[in-house]
Design a protein around this ligand. Structure first.
Ligand SMILES: Cc1ncc(COP(=O)(O)O)c(C=O)c1O
Length: 360
């Protein structure tokens, strides 16, 4: 077997080889420190420098304005499904959700525990194959929540919804850092790190200053955003290794030329697979409508489940990992996040064309 196979897993997902090598090299002992990052105190100057550098890198990559706080939390994006409404649903105790997949539905389920949820739009009727182009916002809503990339269905917002002055909240777990976004249009962004940022176990949150005024002091300490903004994400022991890895990944992104360069490469990669699907005369059928296609998760089907199984088996024995679709919808999915090398995508497209020739 080759040292590293082609990894198309949806998350935890592929990390940049350069980052893995640097982490490996320094795992026994951080240069000049004499201890591993797994062993140092989070109250040390060494960790202070790591967390500050990670924040600075993220601020510059995403051009995050000064009136936002950057947090590294635990509990995954799933904890944010509850933490968001718990903290910022008051004063009106209602919120609007745009439902574009299973993760949005899970977010709605949690929000309902804290107030009234208005479903501003949903694409469930068409099996979440598209991003709705219309949404109906309710009056006096506390915020509007959307999922920028739908990992399971392979759809993605090209541009964030227009919500005027209402705080916009985004679950960006599966496309954060894939391109530049205008953070000033958002009230809050959250993302589990395990796709485009680093390992699982750390959750990145960006929250605008004014929303902190909504966070009640009666909330559970660990679930109050203010606890974490007031303590530089170190009220308790933070996910030290995760933050360290995010720092390395953001350094890698900067070296690559930042998010514009990353986006160009991501579009090129996605085009290779989508071209393969579109030129297959219906042999491969994309799940997402063309104008809603994700450039992070490409979802598609073959004409029969048997053929799909055959392709997955052959792909696995040819060194392609993780192309089985999510268990809830079946089919196939190639997750081609930032760190997925272009050569992996080119090889997958070649393999797919070859499979069609042999089994068409
Ligand atoms: C868009 C999206 N939101 C939320 C989640 C859940 O994240 P976590 O496992 O960090 O709770 C995922 C996980 O795949 C996801 O893709």
């Amino acid at each position: 077997m080759k040292d590293r196979i082609y990894n198309f897993n949806a998350g935890p997902a592929v990390l940049p080889e350069e980052v893995l090598k640097e982490a490996q090299e320094n795992l026994f002992s951080l240069p000049g420190v004499g201890m591993s990052v797994l062993e140092i105190s989070h109250r040390s100057k060494t960790f202070d420098a790591i967390i500050d550098e990670a924040k600075e890198n993220l601020k510059s990559l995403l051009s995050i304005p000064d009136n936002y706080h950057l947090l590294f939390l635990q509990g995954g994006a799933s904890t944010q499904f509850a933490m968001v409404p718990m903290n910022i649903m008051p004063p009106n105790n209602n919120a609007d959700y745009i439902v574009t997949g299973s993760w949005s539905k899970k977010a709605v389920k949690e929000a309902k525990r804290f107030g009234t949820v208005n479903i501003a739009a949903s694409s469930e009727e068409t099996k979440f194959d598209r991003i709705p182009n219309e949404y109906k916002l309710s009056k006096d809503t506390s915020f509007v929540h959307f999922t920028s990339n739908n990992t399971i269905y392979g759809t993605e917002w090209l541009k964030e919804p227009e919500v005027g002055n209402i705080p916009l909240v985004c679950d960006a777990s599966s496309d954060i850092l894939h391109k530049k976004i205008d953070v000033s249009k958002y009230g809050l962004i959250y993302a589990g790190a395990q796709k485009n940022m680093g390992p699982s176990g750390v959750t990145f949150v960006i929250i605008r200053d004014d929303l902190l005024e909504r966070c009640s002091d009666s909330l559970i300490t660990m679930l109050n955003y203010k606890t974490h903004t007031e303590n530089n994400s170190m009220y308790n022991t933070p996910p030290v290794f995760g933050v360290y890895m995010i720092n390395l990944v953001t350094k890698w992104l900067k070296k690559l030329g930042g998010l514009d360069a990353m986006y160009k490469l991501n579009r090129e990669k996605a085009e290779i697979i989508y071209n393969c699907i579109d030129s297959s005369n219906g042999y491969f059928k994309g799940h997402a409508q063309k104008d809603s296609r994700s450039i992070m998760n490409v979802t598609f089907n073959l004409t029969t489940e048997d053929l799909e199984k055959k392709l997955i088996n052959e792909a696995t024995s040819n060194g392609f990992s993780g192309i089985k679709g999510h268990r809830s919808i079946g089919g196939l999915r190639a997750s081609i996040y930032n760190a997925c090398p272009k050569v992996a995508v080119e090889e997958l497209a070649k393999f797919m064309k070859d499979f069609q020739k042999k089994n068409g």
